[in-house]
Design a protein around this ligand. Structure first.
Ligand code: NDP
Ligand code: HSE
Length: 439
């Protein structure tokens, strides 16, 4: 049988990795897919740039339209990034009845509802395994492997750049900006790295995970998003002293009132496997009612790990090309006409435990006043540490862990504590998740 002809948009980190993996493993891939898969045409911005891959045999150009319009091309791989040109090209490919493979989480999280509806109407597949957690086959695991379960919650380290920065800062005492530069040089970071460090990239990925876990439309705008830029070495050290690690987590949880969708730095017990996921590695912990907790771990970014997911999607698409579109795995795991409209909860309604750090005047009664404000909001303290003031300061660091409470109660308590003239500046608040099977 003739090989399937593929068009590639983008020859950067992931595009280059994809060319390399497809060429190196061509025989194995053909044995799996039932047909060979060859890239016949590709587009990039600057054809004089050095590439990480050998493009011999691939027709090159700078106009992605030429790739999409090539009548030979049956599958378009979109690895340009962003959600303007990428969206235009993906919709154009679908319009022409071509299948699409993409690693673009921003595109799927923001425009996936529209894209999947068009793809379904045209009977084509839009595959996006590489969009979440790099090389980890987490989409397939949730969409297919856990299809018998009601997913109760999932929590993941889903940005490789952020985890790499936090790990290097903690283990080697390196500066934030220095590590970020290295992540960029290694090809881990987004074109705009604020997407990584401000949690936007993780929010894109969590939006996708929540949709396939709970069968809800993609709702990126309702995902609470906080990045890692305000984590200090001090907090990392105090968290460790209390038996916790600070990780940037995406958490999606189904509750009786609605769905929690949130991305933020989180204290997790140091003994949990996921607390020990370091560097560019990602991990996603998924709680199903039948299977219990399952954990998926691997490289979250980088050329070949991501290419591994892109190529797996290509194989899936090739295998499914001859199947009746009605019998394919639905894009968002649940049949398109069976998506649920569960509300997404506001952060005020979310319940977590907290780590608090405040600078308090070192005199009698201050701690008691803070404890009484917390008590007025039904917030109970689980652990407390007080550090002596430094020689040149009259303020002592007070660190507290609280039991679970609604965010709105914590907000009220913190507003009162911050208004005390015995408390200096803002209270640092980091949410805490125990990630045990019961919650
Ligand atoms: P790169 O910036 O390395 O590559 C982007 C490619 O697109 C480049 O080859 C660039 O050309 C080409 N391109 C950009 N604009 C145009 C244009 N107007 N016309 C033609 N070609 C264009 O990005 P990545 O490979 O890192 O990322 C690609 C996608 O994969 C993004 O959506 C990203 O979020 C996602 N992703 C990335 C991962 C990673 O580890 N890097 C992991 C998982 C997903 P040129 O090279 O000439 O500039
Ligand atoms: N910038 C992303 C990350 C790439 O660091 O996780 C993988 O999606």
């Amino acid at each position: 049988m003739n090989p399937v002809k593929v068009g590639l948009l983008g020859l950067g980190t992931v595009g280059g990795g994809t060319v390399n993996v497809l060429k190196r493993n061509a025989k194995e891939i053909a044995r799996r897919a039932g047909r060979g898969i060859v890239i016949v045409q590709a587009a990039a911005r600057d054809l004089n740039k050095p590439r990480i891959c050998d493009t011999t045999g691939i027709k090159l150009g700078t106009d992605p339209n030429e790739v999409v319009n090539n009548p030979e091309v049956e599958i378009v791989i979109e690895l340009i990034g962003g959600d303007t040109l990428a969206k235009e090209m993906v919709l154009k490919a679908i319009e022409q009845g071509k299948h699409v493979v993409t690693a673009n989480k921003a595109l799927i999280a923001k425009h996936g509802n529209e894209i999947f509806a068009k793809a379904q109407a045209k009977g084509v597949i839009v595959a996006f395994e590489a969009a979440v957690a790099g090389g980890i086959p987490i989409i397939k695991a949730i969409r297919e492997g856990l299809a018998g379960n009601q997913i109760q919650w999932l929590a993941g380290i889903i940005n490789g750049t952020g985890n790499f920065i936090l790990t290097e800062m903690r283990d080697k005492g390196r500066d934030f900006d220095d590590v970020l530069q290295e992540a960029q040089a290694l090809g881990y970071a987004e074109a705009d790295p604020t997407f990584d460090v401000e949690g936007i990239d993780a929010a894109h990925k969590l939006t996708i995970l929540a949709s396939i876990a709970f069968g809800i439309p993609l709702q990126f705008n309702k995902t609470y998003t906080e990045g890692i830029t305000r984590i200090t070495r001090e907090d990392v050290t105090y968290a460790e002293a209390l038996g916790y690690r600070i990780k940037h987590l995406g958490v999606a949880r189904r509750t009786a009132k609605g769905i929690e969708l949130r991305v933020h730095p989180t204290l997790i017990p140091a003994r949990r496997l996921i607390a020990n996921v370091d560097g560019v590695k990602n991990a996603v912990l998924v709680m199903g009612d039948a299977v219990g907790p399952t954990l998926y771990y691997g490289a979250g970014a980088g050329a070949e790990p991501t290419a591994s997911a892109v190529v797996a999607d290509l194989v899936d698409v090739v295998r499914a090309m001859t199947a009746d579109p009605e019998n394919r795995v639905p894009h968002l795991a649940f049949q398109a006409d069976a998506l649920a409209n569960d509300p997404i909860l506001s952060m005020d309604e979310v319940e977590t435990a907290y780590y608090l750090r405040m600078q308090a005047l070192d005199k009698p009664g201050v701690m008691a006043r803070v404890a009484s404000i917390l008590g007025e909001q039904q917030i109970s303290i689980e652990a407390i540490i007080q550090k002596e003031p430094l020689e040149d300061s009259q303020f002592a660091n007070i660190i507290m862990l609280t039991h679970r409470v609604q965010e709105k109660q914590m907000n009220q308590a913190l507003a009162k504590i911050e208004s005390l003239d015995t408390i200096d500046g803002r209270v640092t608040r980091i949410r805490l998740e125990t990630l045990d099977s019961s919650k």
